[in-house]
Design a protein around this ligand. Structure first.
Ligand code: Q46
Ligand code: ZN
Length: 299
């Protein structure tokens, strides 16, 4: 197998693009895919300050690496979820990467700052851990971006993640979630702009990127992921992709092109209903925001 760009021996085949690359050309391809996503969806202007949400996993570390290589002013923020050893190990991968690049990493530790971890929150709310985790991440990452004066908050959601979320939203026809499932959510009162520059990159490509760039990341899955619906959706989509390479990208990218424009009105209505939480001031459609309610419940 030869690299389609330079004819050197290839290290990776990407079936949906009907191509293969050597390591140098593969890195070039990854940067180009990210650059294309950023340009097309007007995610980040050249002089803006970016805060990258870092979990210690392959996607977020690769995203940080690519943004730094593309010369963006990008700092990281690691959210300590209080999931025992797993959180400690993930944090050390994040810190090690920041050290090697001489990059700035903010740490927000939920147990230290709010007195509970995600397992406590799951017990108190009697819901799956990912639900308390997701709402805490949205709230605290946004706050970190606003308080730090960043223009934009970037997350490492890749094509596989977004296709799985889309699949779930379509299965249940969650029209309001579909309207919000955008690669770039503009800043509104109290919300920093949120962007997903990895939407054109598959999970396997992100792992390969880290191997080629020798980026150490936490390989094990979060121990609280069991029962996460999106993992099941990913399996189904992988089976389809196996038979029809490119099906996943078509499903998600065509949703952005063909469907999202029809949902602009729904998204605008949702935004107009947002006020401010009476406790913390964060944007919320209720008097008290979901995160403050969670803090009260666990406390
Ligand atoms: S960290 Fe949190 Fe994930 Fe763990 S508890 Fe679920 S949402 S699986 S990306
Ligand atoms: Zn609040």
């Amino acid at each position: 197998m030869r690299c389609k760009r330079c004819t050197e021996p290839a290290i990776i085949e990407i079936r949906r693009h009907r191509t293969s690359f050597c390591s140098e050309c593969f890195l070039h391809h990854c940067r180009e895919q990210v650059r294309r996503a950023i340009d097309k969806h007007r995610m980040i202007a050249p002089d803006e300050r970016v805060l990258v949400a870092i979990s210690g996993g392959k996607d977020s570390l690769a995203l940080w690496d690519i943004l730094l290589d593309l010369d963006y002013e990008a700092d990281g923020v690691y959210l300590g979820l209080g999931i025992d050893d797993y959180s400690k190990r993930s944090q050390s991968f994040a810190e090690r990467y920041a050290d090697t690049r001489g990059a700035k990493l903010h740490i927000v530790d939920i147990p230290a700052e709010h007195g509970f971890g995600i397992p406590d929150a799951a017990r108190a709310t009697k819901r799956v851990p990912c639900s308390a985790c997701g709402l805490s991440k949205r709230h605290l990452l946004n706050r970190a971006a606003i308080d730090g004066g960043y223009d934009v908050l970037a997350t490492g959601h890749n094509l596989d993640d977004e296709a799985a979320v889309l699949f779930g939203n379509v299965l249940q026809w969650h029209v309001d979630y579909l309207a919000r499932q955008r690669p770039m959510l503009p800043a509104t009162d109290g919300f920093a702009r949120r962007v997903k520059p990895l939407i054109r990159m598959g999970e396997r490509e992100m792992a390969a990127y880290c191997v080629v760039k020798r980026i150490d990341y936490i390989v094990e899955e979060c121990p609280m992921a069991a029962g996460n619906r999106h993992l099941r959706y990913k399996e189904v989509l992988n089976q389809i992709e196996e038979r029809t390479p490119g099906a996943k990208a078509t499903f998600y990218l065509q949703f952005l092109n063909e469907m999202l424009p029809h949902l602009d009105q729904v998204a605008a209505e949702e935004r107009s209903m947002v006020g401010a939480c009476s406790r913390c001031g964060a944007p919320s459609s209720q008097e008290i925001c979901a995160f403050c309610k969670l803090v009260e419940k666990v406390g």
